[in-house]
Design a protein around this ligand. Sequence first.
Ligand SMILES: O=C(O)CCC(=O)C(=O)O
Length: 248
Amino acid sequence: MVLSSQEPAKLSKQFPDLAEDFHIPQFFESDQFFSSVFRISSCGLQLWTHYDVMDNLLAQVTGRKRVVLYSPQDALHLYLNGDKSEVLDIDAPDLKQFPEFVKARRYDCVLEPGDLLFIPGRQILASKHLISPRTKSKFKKSHTVPSSSALWFHNTLALHFGVGVNIFWRHLSADSYDKKDPYGNKDPVAAARALQTLERGLHALDELPAEYRDFYGRRMVQRIQKRTYCHSPDSETTIPRSLSNKPG
Ligand SMILES: O=C(O)CCC(=O)C(=O)O
């Protein structure tokens, strides 16, 4: 068996015998398929809080796994460094170092063998499918598939030795994704470009004295909010997309 780290994982290619026992649920069109990743976890293995840019189905085959989710809307409370949160100990965070972390609302569940977790993409769907936050309750199995699950943060902790399969699929057009991304966790091409452009803009502001940086920085923030936010920053209210798309 040859495993190349440049190619997305595919169960049927890397583990053809095992793949015969695993049927990928038909939740998406075949041309949206990106990868199927075989996961073996020893008891206690924890994966830091991160987001992926593709839809993602976590299938637990054996063993139990705790999954903690955070909404993309809580991104600003998670101390992100790229796609990962810097808060490694989510159960006993250092609140001196990460005081905003308490504002992030966590949703806990424990996956049992046979469970599938579709990581939900919208607040409204989250409240429909998840049990109350800060409990160890299991997620209800979902039979409806939301249109997008990407960007929900997740942190996994194996409670036993266990085996699972992770299936990633695209819900944006194929050319929206970075072609050199075998893991499905690089930002979409347009987002990466926007972040680079922002960095260049910030460098340009560095040429100005502090009070000018402050003035133009605040105007930039306001413009970004007007042009991009689906939700108003201080409330749960959803701004209709027709309004939120208006140029600022
Ligand atoms: O199965 C796991 O423990 C981690 C899966 C995951 O977080 C991922 O694939 O993004």
